[in-house]
Design a protein around this ligand. Structure first.
Ligand SMILES: [Zn+2]
Ligand SMILES: [Zn+2]
Length: 321
């Protein structure tokens, strides 16, 4: 393990973004409205393309459930199997594409790669001795079923009236605000559960599996112990407490399920057709490098700063900022 005081990438020879990692536009003072709008709605920005894509997937799944006449108030095998199959296909397609572009096909070689080395193909730290196979195995046999289980139970609870539901026609402003806020809720929930998973006993029994990946790549994202999957997807339980629609549920769980592909891709920029897509994942890359810093997943909700666990890429920043 490296020391948090090491200079960035001192032993990996890779690429690093402009350091230190700084406060993002929404947190600048005095406020800079144009920078804020660009951060939120620019391309690439916070919402485009990825959050918009997750919302599109949620709408597609909802349309499919309706078109097939799925009765969500009854836990029947038909729609549950349909949802599970869709999620398996989505996971394979989404993580597989990220993997192919950056690692399988190596379409940009090591350009903008944080660690100049490629992940090892063999390691006894992983199931079957093969990191990639192990990561895919945990993602598809534990990650997708647990993500689907949370979806099924929450959609069922909404359909039966066990939890409160609202609708876009009833409360359009509330529904829009809730959609907007869910990504920030995920950031806070991820910090809390992730910190808990670094409690030594839980780390040794559960979270070690994810951290076997010290040179992360897209399939690392959902490679977790089943207990960690239960923690990780539990953020959707917020929607058991506040009124929501099925679209909120499908969007939130899809976001939580797919965002780790980008978060672990290991590249600071992705080049597609000559265009650079900047990704915001150096933050979590530092967590995989130093282990006990940057438990959150973004700079936007500065929970790490509040709790003195923020690493700016050069040094750990202790205390409140
Ligand atoms: Zn990770
Ligand atoms: Zn961790």
């Amino acid at each position: 393990m490296s020391s948090p005081n090491d200079p960035p990438n001192s032993n990996t020879g890779g690429w690093a973004p402009n350091l230190p990692l700084t406060v993002p536009a929404p947190l600048l003072w005095p406020p800079q409205p144009l920078a804020l709008l660009k951060y939120l709605f620019g391309f690439p920005g916070l919402f485009f393309p990825w959050l918009a894509a997750y919302a599109g997937i949620a709408l597609g799944l909802w349309a499919l459930l309706q078109a097939t006449g799925s009765d969500l108030a009854h836990l029947s095998i038909g729609w549950i199997a349909l949802l599970l199959a869709c999620n398996e296909v989505i996971a394979i397609g989404f993580y597989g594409t990220w993997h192919y572009v950056l690692y399988g096909g190596r379409l940009q070689d090591t350009q903008f790669k944080y660690n100049a080395s490629w992940p090892r193909e063999q390691s006894n730290l992983f199931l079957f001795g093969k990191p990639l196979v192990s990561n895919i195995f945990w993602s598809l046999t534990s990650g997708v079923p647990i993500w689907t289980a949370y979806l099924v139970l929450t959609l069922w609870a909404q359909a039966t009236g066990v939890i409160r539901v609202t609708s876009w026609s009833q409360a359009p402003v509330y529904c829009s605000l809730l959609m907007f806020c869910l990504v920030f809720w995920h950031a806070v929930h991820f910090y809390m559960t992730h910190r808990l998973l670094h409690w030594q006993r839980l780390y040794d029994a559960v979270h070690y599996l994810h951290h076997a990946n010290v040179n992360p790549n897209p399939w690392t994202g959902l490679a977790m112990h089943p207990v960690e999957h239960v923690f990780y997807f539990s953020g959707v339980l917020l929607l058991w407490l506040v009124p929501a629609t099925p679209i909120h549920v499908l969007y939130f769980v899809t976001l939580v399920a797919l965002a780790p592909a980008e978060g672990h891709c290991g590249f600071g920029k992705v080049v597609v057709a000559g265009r650079h897509f900047t990704t915001d994942n150096y933050y979590h890359y530092l967590h995989h490098k130093f282990f006990r810093v940057n438990f959150g997943d973004s700079l936007l909700i500065p929970v790490d700063r509040w709790f003195g666990t923020f690493h700016d890429g050069i040094r750990r920043i202790k205390g409140r900022q």
